[in-house]
Design a binder for this molecule. Structure first.
Ligand code: IDP
Ligand code: MG
Length: 139
């Protein structure tokens, strides 16, 4: 299996609730290495650009308002099989369906305010890493 890089965001709900440390602890316990990090407060436009793939969805307006509502911690994580493994550690989009011990089961309040983002495929990881860290090596 290959070493990969993927993008995660600790979303504004989890930052506001004081869970940055808890979530990073889980990443480190799962042997993800943080190779870049930025604390951001996204503009509405930046949130719309990041989630452009969801532009046609009914929740797009609310999602991009939420994502630009406060501080968020954007990180590039590196590990064996990082893209798929991050999705497993995150849990299902809707915390009601997330497996026990996953970040969303532990810290998400709702399907929208669901604590973390993670890239879902190599192509999206490449786009998302470049979105926040232009010029960064993707591996
Ligand atoms: P993911 O974050 O698990 O990859 P996506 O389907 O890519 O889930 O959706 C992106 C984000 O949009 C979710 O993490 C969540 O914040 C929000 N979202 C997804 N589905 C809904 C919905 O049905 N209602 C409200 N917000 C949603
Ligand atoms: Mg997604």
């Amino acid at each position: 299996m290959a070493i990969e890089r993927t993008l995660t965001i600790i979303k504004p709900d989890a930052v506001a609730a004081g869970h940055i440390g808890d979530i990073i602890k889980l990443f480190e316990a799962q042997k993800f290495r943080i190779v870049a990090a930025r604390l951001v407060n996204l503009s509405k436009k930046e949130a719309e650009g990041f989630y452009a793939v969801h532009r046609s969805k009914g929740f797009f307006e609310s999602l991009t308002n939420f994502m630009s509502s406060g501080s968020a911690l954007v990180m590039v994580l590196e590990a064996e099989n990082a893209i798929k493994r991050l999705r497993e550690v995150m849990g299902a989009t809707n915390p009601a369906n997330a497996a026990p011990g996953t970040i969303r089961k532990l810290y998400a309040a709702s399907i929208e305010s669901n604590a973390v983002h993670g890239s879902d495929a190599p192509e999206t990881a490449a786009y998302e890493i470049s979105y926040f860290f232009p010029g960064m090596n993707l591996i």
